[in-house]
Design a protein around this ligand. Structure first.
Ligand code: ZN
Length: 91
């Protein structure tokens, strides 16, 4: 018999990135986007390029950048290397 127990409480939806692992308290309490200074009430996420807490609109704009995949790949690489100080490839 195989039992699959899900321990996470819905916090991690897909593949975990270093950004998600590192999210700081500030990240959860701040009210405005670091990039456009818009409200974060509709959701927040950490930039894949640096450690800014950004709104979903800014995130969407990020994912459309040509080097977005590069930023994601770099992030995953640093996780493998256990480099928790990696801040992203820069915005
Ligand atoms: Zn924004």
């Amino acid at each position: 018999m195989c039992h699959f127990v899900r321990k996470s409480k819905g916090m991690i939806k897909s593949e975990r990135t270093l950004k998600e692992v590192k999210q700081l308290d500030k990240f959860y309490t701040q009210q405005f986007c670091d990039r456009c200074h818009g409200s974060l009430k509709d959701g927040r996420t950490m930039s894949m390029f640096n450690e800014q807490c950004i709104c979903m609109k800014c995130k969407e704009a990020e994912t459309r950048r040509e080097d977005y995949q590069k930023a994601v790949d770099a992030d995953r690489e640093e996780i493998k290397k256990r480099n928790w100080n990696f801040k992203g490839i820069g915005f």
